[in-house]
Write a protein that binds this ligand. Sequence first.
Ligand code: ADP
Length: 400
Amino acid sequence: MTHVLTLNAGSSSLKFGLFALGASDPSAVSTGLVEEIGSDCARIHASSGDGEVIADNRPEPIQDDAVALDRVLALLGHHYPDVRISAVGHRIVHGGQDIVSPQPLSEEVLKKLERLSPLAPLHQPQNLLVARIAMARFPKALQIACFDTAFHRHHPWVNDVFALPREYYDKGVRRYGFHGLSYEYISDHLRRTAPLFHAGRVIVAHLGNGASMCAMVSGRSVGSTMGFSALDGLPMGTRCGQLDPGVLLYLMEQEGMSASEIADLLYKHSGLLGLSGLSHDMRTLEKADTPETRQAISYFTFRIRRELGALAAVLGGLDTVVFTGGIGENSRLIRDRVCGDMGWLGIELDHDANADNNRIISTDLSRVSVMVIPTNEELVIARAAALHLASEATKVHDRS
Ligand code: ADP
């Protein structure tokens, strides 16, 4: 049987998935992650496709992504010795202005993607580094890049532009939007399981350590809260979200901060962590229940509600809201706070269904349906790799 490995490299984590390809949708053999890479207390967690834990290792030193990937491959080799990997699928944060679909990776494509690193300095170099390591480890496998920006590339011009002199738009200063693989999964899931919802006006709230919202019509993105970088829109675990550009001028001119100091502040010390002074992690904030953590949660939900109204205006109305991501899938408190007193927008939450993390958490009478759908970016990558493998096989067949 053919297998696909999926890799999703974050700033200090590496998520992976091993998928078997058969006649139907790719099926997960194992998924997991290595976290705190680059420290002495990195950890590997992995489960089998049916949810059984196969690794929950004690903290150990893992100095970089190359070592992390080797540890993952050793783990998978130990548990699944007969697996042969035919394709490796990568999550790549930035595909630039033109890329609207997954691309096979070659040296030429990598060079093109490297030129986009200034647009996503904290993610793109890491993604490409892991792609290069995987290409060296699996020289014969097909390598496929799947892009977080691709899902949003059909935005109308007004949702793609900043009101700067036009030359900056031409240079690529645009609203790219991110979390595209997660939104693609939700869109496709609705198409398969709830086609009427898919056909309508949907707002998806992807609420994890990174957080954004996407407005869709008939499954296609028409607006997103994230813009040029992965900083805009909602406040996140450690990222600030929407900020008046005047604040940047103030930080430079009055506080004498350099570009890298400001980047560090906005990406790593702001958001829920900055406001609470305690943690980036929603579970910790919910448990702590101090005045500062309550305020951090209030700002988070206030911004989500504000964007919900704004995106509903972009859509000209609203039929469905979907919560996804670690917070969206699990935090009944956040969903409750976001949906409370939203009757004016047609949202009536069913509090029991919400408390049980049900798939549909709105009442039968609610004009807008509210859903909880666990996202699966790894599956989107595996599907793209499966499609490319199948088309390669067809080409070989046609040539022979
Ligand atoms: P990433 O963006 O890194 O993929 P996740 O989607 O895994 O992040 O989301 C991580 C966030 O989800 C953390 O803030 C975590 O606290 C939160 N989370 C996970 N489970 C729960 C829960 N039961 N209640 C509240 N928050 C949760």
